[in-house]
Design a binder for this molecule. Structure first.
Ligand code: HEC
Length: 260
C-alpha cells in the first residue's frame, strides 16, 4: 500500500486547492508495472474498495423495471469506466473533490440536483460542447448519446439508488449475438478504460477483433468471472457483472465468438 500513502498528501492538498471547475489532470493514463503504476495492483486484492459500498445491490427476486434507471447497474459502470480513473475522479485523485466511485461519493461530490438537469453539474459537464470544458476531457472521447440519455433519465427520476435483480427475469443465452448482447455489455462496463491510444492494461476492447484477440489469449472470461489468478474486471467494481451478462458472455465464447 506504498502508493496509497504516497497519494494521500496529494489528495488532501488537491482537495484544498480550488482548481478550475471539473478539470482533471492532463497526464495520459498509462498502466505499467513497477512503482509508477498509478493503480495499486499489488497484494492479493488489487481492487481499491475504499469508499465503495459493498452492499448487495441486486435485490434478490425483484425484477428490473425497464422504465427505471438503476444506478449501480447502469449509471455507475459508465462513471467508473469513463471518469473514475487515476488522475481524474477515483478516490486517490479526486480532482476538484469529485469522486465517482459509488452512489454515496457521486451524490456527495458531483453536485447533482435530483429531478433537475439544469442544476446538475454532472449533466452540465458531460453535455458541454466546448471540448476544453467537456468531461471526460479530451483526448478521451465524450460519452455516447445513449450514455448521456441514461444519466439524464436517472437524474430526472430523482437520482435514486434503486435496486433490482437482473437475474429475476429470463436470461436468454440462446443464439447470443455479438452486436445485440455482448457489445452493449462491453460498451457500458469496459470501454471507458479499454479504448483509445493508451488503454488500461495496454489493450483495447473497441472492435470485434480486439475482443476476440483477448478471448483467445485466455485472459478474458476469467477476468470477468472473477476467477482465481485473474485481475477482476470491471477494475475497481465492488461486484462482478450481473449473472445474466456473464452467462451471455460465456455462451458467446462457447459458441466460438461469432461475429453476429
Ligand atoms: C476502471 C478501468 C477499467 C475498467 C472499467 C475495466 N478494466 Fe479491464 N483492466 C483495467 C486495468 C488497469 C487492467 C490491468 C490490471 C493489471 O494488470 O493489474 C485491466 C486488465 C484487464 C484484463 C486482463 C486481466 C488479466 O488478469 O489478465 C482483461 C481481460 C480486462 N481488463 C477486461 C475487461 C473487461 C471485459 C471489462 C468490462 C467488463 C473491463 N476490463 C473493465 C482497467 C479497467
Amino acid at each position: 500500500m506504498e502508493i496509497r500513502k504516497h497519494w494521500l498528501p496529494l489528495l488532501i492538498f488537491g482537495g484544498g486547492l480550488m482548481l478550475s471547475i471539473f478539470s482533471c489532470q492532463h497526464e495520459p493514463i498509462t498502466i505499467e508495472g513497477g512503482d509508477n503504476n498509478p493503480i495499486d495492483t499489488t497484494g492479493n486484492n488489487p481492487i481499491d474498495t475504499t469508499g465503495n459500498n459493498p452492499t448487495d445491490t441486486t435485490m434478490h427476486g425483484t425484477p428490473c423495471d425497464p422504465d427505471v434507471v438503476y444506478f449501480e447497474l447502469e449509471v455507475l459502470p459508465i462513471l467508473r469506466s469513463n471518469c473514475a480513473k487515476s488522475g481524474c475522479h477515483d478516490e486517490n485523485s479526486a480532482q476538484n473533490g469529485v469522486i465517482l466511485v459509488s452512489y454515496e461519493s457521486v451524490m456527495a461530490t458531483a453536485e447533482i440536483t435530483p429531478f433537475n438537469l439544469g442544476d446538475s453539474e454532472l449533466y452540465d459537464v458531460i453535455t458541454e460542447t466546448d471540448p476544453d470544458k467537456r468531461m471526460p476531457q479530451t483526448p478521451n472521447p465524450a460519452l455516447t448519446s445513449a450514455q448521456i440519455n441514461l444519466i439524464a433519465a436517472w437524474i430526472l427520476q430523482g437520482a435514486k439508488n434503486e435496486v433490482c435483480d437482473p437475474g429475476a427475469g429470463e436470461c436468454n443465452t440462446e443464439n447470443v449475438s455479438y452486436s445485440a448482447d455482448i457489445r452493449p455489455i462491453l460498451d457500458a462496463n469496459c470501454l471507458g478504460c479499454h479504448q483509445g491510444a493508451t488503454p488500461y492494461g495496454g489493450f483495447s476492447l473497441e472492435t470485434y477483433n480486439d475482443v476476440v484477440a483477448k478471448v483467445n489469449s485466455g485472459r478474458f472470461y476469467g477476468a470477468v468471472a472473477w476467477e482465481q489468478g485473474f485481475v477482476p474486471m470491471p477494475f475497481g467494481a465492488s461486484m462482478p457483472l450481473p449473472d445474466c451478462s456473464l452467462d451471455k458472455i460465456k455462451a458467446w465464447i462457447d459458441a466460438g465468438t461469432p461475429n453476429n
